[in-house]
Ligand binder design. Sequence first.
Ligand SMILES: [Zn+2]
Length: 113
Amino acid sequence: MVPQDFGTGCPLYTAIKVFNENDVPNTIPRGLVFIVGSKGQEELAVLSCPCGCGDRLRLNLIKASKPNWSWLIDIDKTVTFCPSINRLTGCKSHFFLTEGRVQWCGRSEIVGL
Ligand SMILES: [Zn+2]
């Protein structure tokens, strides 16, 4: 069963672990985050932009290189990233992903998409 946001009915973002970025499908379904790497050596998180633009977002998880994101997978597999995800190119989306829920920053016109 897919956990849902009872406020919006949107599926919450949940994590799937893969060993290699080649294991990430070309079209990433909304609500999935692929965590790439071996256990304890995760390198990358890949998701499609929640605004719907279809762009693939790649978040570096390696502490030694910057910028990098802290991440947490909850017992229900929902994902939290810190800090926020701020796209400087493309759709320029800026959002937090907290316990699988997207919280937009300063782009209130696209809430609900
Ligand atoms: Zn976007």
